[in-house]
Design a protein around this ligand. Sequence first.
Ligand code: SAM
Length: 350
Amino acid sequence: ERGDDEEETPPTKKPVTDHSVKVASHYNKLQEVGLEVRSQSRIFYMRNFNNWVKSVLIGEMLERVRGAGSRNVSVLDLGCGKGGDLLKWRRGGINRLVCADIAAVSVEQCQSRYEDMKRKSYNNEKIFSAQFITADCSTEVLSEKLDDPQLMFDICSCQFVYHYSFESEQKADMMLRNACERLKPGGFFIGTTPDAYELVKRLEASDSLTFGNEIFKVSFQSKGSYPLFGCQYHFNLEGVVDVPEFLVYFPVLEHMAKRYNMRLVLKQRFSEFCEEKVKKEQHRNLMMKMMALELFPCEVGGRQASESTEEYSHAKERCCRAGLRQVGTLSRSEWEAASIYLVFVFQKMA
Ligand code: SAM
């Protein structure tokens, strides 16, 4: 209404909603902690389990794109966070990675983790090239920000992110557009997100508007009717996540994805996914490895060693060889939280 407002806000700058600000500032504030602190956490095994789900999913999809003849694999990590999946992309031997997230501090940390990884790699290991973008992927068009405007992706990975966009149809559609519009034919949009059916089932079974246990709490504002978009709940997980999220009504997502020529290939609850994948020895072994808690003091020469140092990894290697590890499992409370999620895979039709 006031002319001077227009001067303060350049017309090219998109308005940022309160919700996006809350999400970005929440993730920006999260501290990176070392193995010592992580292993004390009540969700230590759940985090490892979630990582295992992502590793198996990513590993299998990379095998599929290679099996289909892709030699130069490009990946978009949509909502990359602090780069928790960088090692998975490295192990998967991809060629190009684009990381995007709304939280600028997280993107910076992701980039410095990548630079670190490159610095410490052995001479003959070719680490993928990467671009880092800070953007609200539910309101901004990512393809306009790519260094290489011709770049097409084999995989878009969106891990524990997509539900933030279900605030409105426009946002959910923009996130979907960013995930799918630059996928090669046959390419995959993969991810993990809370299962709306499971959330509503637990809410309806509760005699209040909240449910959960000592490690997580989900709170709704009402129950009985659930709009397709903007159905907000508050998710609190052991100081890791404490933000408003939105129900993703999967049939709507599936329908919307058709606009981008995407067909649903897999939708599986974590429990079903796990049950199926542990039958494979390779995945079972990885699970054992990832659920192992190293039982050694992270000290080198009497002082605390940082996890990223070479001496730390040597000390760790020695202890692992000596068998100083213990394979743990999820507590009942952790399982109640982990079993809320599902895995999805969409494929771009030719
Ligand atoms: N994908 C990472 C992982 O699996 O470790 C991070 C997951 S974290 C639970 C959710 C991430 O989604 C946060 O880093 C947050 O900043 C990001 N995010 C939420 N809304 C977003 C949006 N509109 N655009 C881009 N990133 C968003």
